[in-house]
Design a protein around this ligand. Structure first.
Ligand code: IPM
Ligand code: MG
Length: 369
């Protein structure tokens, strides 16, 4: 096998169960290095509350520059009640938002796939969710998350006013719409764009700009527009009507949590945050499990590492151009689920309950040399 050039992967395990699940990812990267003659250079550092505890900031400049220089960042999770009372700028979540914003990761891909082995874990009826395969494309660095002005200010009568601003420009909408259309072409060729154009000007602009990109560049893709509240309802009523959903930062945050729950297994869902492609098709990127830091089960060795492992698989596919290796990893995860191995979060009778580490080892054991 030909040696490929050294590629830097930055692991940021973060808080809560982050370190436990990223430990399994690290073992998998090491497996690929050894058995596939790949040459990933792994770096690891602190982010979120664990960084705050040591450095009094949720992300140091040094870590930020490491992220800038890496081919892919794999993040575990940040946050926990321990840091809830910190001032806003010191909160663990600020590290995540800084990485997204300053690496310009404008497109957040959140697949919601109902694994056939877990169709009974969903709170919805099996016939509604079996075979479900949706891709939510969430705009990640605009909208109300970042708009100015923002803040809390005193007003008359001793009252205070909280302000956040929801803004989007045409180009911010167009670039994320293109990501959605490009993905749809490789899937079922269908995009649903969600906004609140009935009440928000920025929503109206969203709808118009997505339509313009469609008409000019992607008129072979089926496009429909849906109000975000209706989308929330349709996701429960008939989720299989969707292929790719594209939406803004805040609606994307909510709709992706909802879609994740359809699958019955938050512990299985990966995500990718991608920047703009350069001339060679490379881009900045960060990969994270959709689940959070789950402080209640941290340190117990029972967290599900699959979402993180599948996040690394997305990194192999989208950033490292190693589709075959990604297929190898995905298949291995399927095999382990077929064999009935389950961490506690997805356990049901008749299966075998295993620890984080056992799950990781089993996935490695099933990788094809
Ligand atoms: C997510 C999370 C984050 C967000 C938080 C942790 C800042 O909910 O990635 O969906 O709101 O974007
Ligand atoms: Mg969220």
């Amino acid at each position: 096998m030909i040696k490929v050039k050294k590629r830097k992967i930055l692991l940021l395990p973060g808080d809560g169960i982050g370190p436990e699940v990223i430990r399994e990812v690290k073992k998998i990267i090491e497996w690929f290095n050894k058995n596939k003659s790949l040459d990933f250079e792994i770096e690891e550092d602190l982010v979120g509350g664990s960084s705050y505890d040591k450095h009094k900031t949720p992300i140091t400049d040094e870590v930020f520059y490491k992220a800038l220089e890496s081919e892919a960042v794999i993040l575990g999770a940040v946050g926990g009640s321990k840091w809830d009372n910190l001032e806003f700028s010191k909160k663990p979540e600020r590290a995540l938002l800084k990485l997204r914003k300053e690496l310009k990761l404008f497109a957040n891909l959140r697949p919601a796939i109902c694994f056939k082995q877990l169709v009974n874990s969903s709170t919805l009826k099996p016939e509604i969710v079996s075979g479900l395969d949706i891709m939510i494309v969430r705009e990640l660095i605009g909208g109300v998350y970042f708009g100015e002005p923002r803040g809390i200010k005193p007003i008359d009568n001793g009252e205070r006013k909280g302000i956040n601003t929801h803004t989007y420009t045409s180009s911010e909408i167009a670039r994320v719409a293109r990501v959605a259309f490009d993905l749809a072409i490789k899937r079922k060729n269908k995009v649903t764009s969600c906004e609140k154009s009935n009440v928000m000007e920025a929503g109206q602009l969203w709808k118009e700009e997505v339509q313009i990109v469609h008409d000019k560049e992607y008129n072979n893709v089926e496009l429909s527009h849906m109000l975000a509240d209706n989308c929330a309802m349709q996701l429960l009523r008939n989720p299989k009507q969707f292929d790719v959903i594209v939406t803004d930062n805040l609606f994307g945050d909510m709709l992706s949590d909802e879609a994740a729950m359809l699958t019955g297994s938050l512990g299985l869902l990966p995500s990718a945050s991608l920047g703009a492609k350069d001339k060679n098709g490379n881009m900045r990127s960060m990969y994270e499990p959709v689940h959070g830091s789950a402080p209640d089960i941290a340190g117990k060795g029972i967290a599900n590492p699959i979402a993180s492992i599948l996040s690394f698989s997305m990194a192999l596919r989208y950033s490292l151009h190693l589709d075959k290796e990604a297929d190898n990893l995905d298949l291995s995860v399927q095999k382990v689920l077929d064999d009935g191995l389950r961490t506690q979060d997805i356990f049901s009778k008749g299966n075998k309950e295993v620890s984080t580490e056992t799950m990781g080892n089993a996935i490695i054991a099933n990788l094809q040399k």
